[in-house]
Design a protein around this ligand. Structure first.
Ligand SMILES: *Cc1c(COP(=O)(O)O)cnc(C)c1O
Length: 223
């Protein structure tokens, strides 16, 4: 096995073990930001379908280059309002919706005939000034705005908790996300995705209820 194959196999095995302990599956989103299209192609050859990008232009370029593959592209970076059209036209998922004024343009630009754009509301769960995401108290209203648009599909929540060295603090943030997610799923059918956990804490996130983990460096090497 070459190194990308080894890394992929190892990450998949760790996800499956953690998910088996929860008796509920977790999906891998391979975060390919800054990595070349060839690295995405190599992982796709191993069976990986879902890829995450932080920058709209970079993601759109890779999607175009890899148009021969049946991949699923997720926008996971902060979204500027002037990029709503590109996201609606070129991505399958937006994981970083954090304010109401983006909802209408995203819905309007989603091409007719395309399946709905899958949307996760990003929550600033540790209330960090520097980080995007809405306040926990704003989730319900933002989710309702998404759910009201036929060209958008509300699928759940995403968070990037503060990288506390103290794992108990990370666990607490993941558990607050799980509580928000459970409340959202009670209010909306179709909510099935809690996206949290990255290379250095994805097993802990799965233990706390993540259904999707976003892994970059553990798959592709350091950026
Ligand atoms: C870069 C990034 C990741 C992946 O981080 P790693 O630590 O490399 O696994 C996950 N989520 C978001 C939103 C990111 O920007």
């Amino acid at each position: 096995m070459n190194s990308s194959e080894t890394a992929f196999t190892t990450v998949m095995r760790r996800i499956e073990l953690a998910a088996a302990q929860q008796r509920s599956p977790a999906r891998l989103l391979a975060v390919s930001k800054t990595k070349p299209a060839g690295a995405v192609r190599a992982l796709a050859a191993l069976g990986q379908r879902a890829f995450g990008e932080n920058y709209v232009q970079e993601g759109a370029a890779k999607r175009a280059e890899l148009a021969d593959l049946p991949l699923e592209w997720h926008m996971i970076g902060p979204l500027q309002s002037n990029k709503c059209r590109d996201v609606a036209e070129r991505f399958d998922w937006l994981q970083s919706l954090d304010r109401a004024k983006l909802v209408e343009p995203l819905a309007r630009w989603r091409p007719a005939g395309a399946p709905p754009l899958n949307v996760l509301v990003q929550v600033n769960i540790d209330d960090e000034g520097s980080k995007s995401g809405c306040a926990p108290g704003d989730v319900a209203a933002l989710a309702a705005a998404v759910a009201a648009q036929p060209s958008l599909a509300l699928r759940g929540l995403m968070a990037i908790p503060a990288p506390h060295a103290d794992l108990a603090l990370r666990r607490a943030a993941f558990e607050r996300m799980r509580a928000l997610y459970d409340a959202l799923a009670r209010d909306h059918t179709g909510v099935d995705t809690l996206s949290m956990g990255m290379s250095d804490d994805f097993e802990l996130a799965i233990e706390c209820g993540a259904t999707m983990v976003r892994v970059g460096s553990a798959l592709f090497g350091a950026r």
